[in-house]
Write a protein that binds this ligand. Sequence first.
Ligand SMILES: Nc1ncnc2c1ncn2[C@@H]1O[C@H](COP(=O)(O)OP(=O)(O)O)[C@@H](O)[C@H]1O
Ligand SMILES: [Mg+2]
Length: 269
Amino acid sequence: MIEIQNVSTSFASAAGPFTAVDDVSLHIRRGTIQGIIGFSGAGKSTLLRNINLLERPTSGRVLVDGVDLVTLSDAELRTKRHDIGMIFQHFNLLNNLTAQENVELSLKFAGVGKAERRRRAAETLEIVDLADKAGTYPAKLSGGQKQRVAIARALATGPKVLLCDEPTSAVDPRTTSSVLQYLADVNAEFGITIVVVTHEMNVIKAIADNVAVMEEGRVVEQFDLTELRRPGFHPATSIGRYLVSDEIQLDRSGRGTHTTAASEGLINV
Ligand SMILES: Nc1ncnc2c1ncn2[C@@H]1O[C@H](COP(=O)(O)OP(=O)(O)O)[C@@H](O)[C@H]1O
Ligand SMILES: [Mg+2]
């Protein structure tokens, strides 16, 4: 469904070009939920934005449903993007629009007529159980409800792929389960392929079929969640083992207070 081939993305910086995504290749199977995990700054968001060309890769190919997005014209890309929905950590709703109007806006951009916009927005708000909040402004919604409006907005154009950048990082743990449940339902009911970027292993464990571990712009390892659940499974890299261990590990000797979590010695492998 999604084929990322040798994708690199560099940014100009004072010290010269900085490579945020470094020669990543990843195959994401249709109808699956792909997790991408890593620490802050690993390049996860940049890689996710490479999938819909919100961030155009410096090199490499991105095929969605067999179409190489990098070769499309601007007009073709705009059309293709209707197949690719996206949600964000901070929801990105417009505060001066109601839930319904926020959802309708994505349909307006897709050139959908007014009556049809109304119908589809109501339908997608129904999917996330927010029909009763259609006329409510974001300020009056909880974090979980805002994210559900954002999911409805992403679903309104009927995408085949849903990209999620830290979808639960701004909500409390109980709301996290609810948001993830809606994503799992959307995947199961509509067969939408989902890519979830997160720094939280519990999110991966709850929802993903496969996970790619990123460090310094590279995918350093990848495994199926069935492997992860197998007793005795041991990730190949130290960062993989650290993330899977899912524990806060402190050095209580008094020497490690200011070292980073990923540094040597804190990784108890
Ligand atoms: N538009 C940009 N310009 C310059 N540097 C960027 C830009 N976007 C991201 N970066 C840098 O690329 C690295 C990876 O960023 P990002 O993809 O956001 O990582 P993550 O989502 O894993 O935290 C970071 O060091 C970040 O500062
Ligand atoms: Mg990020």
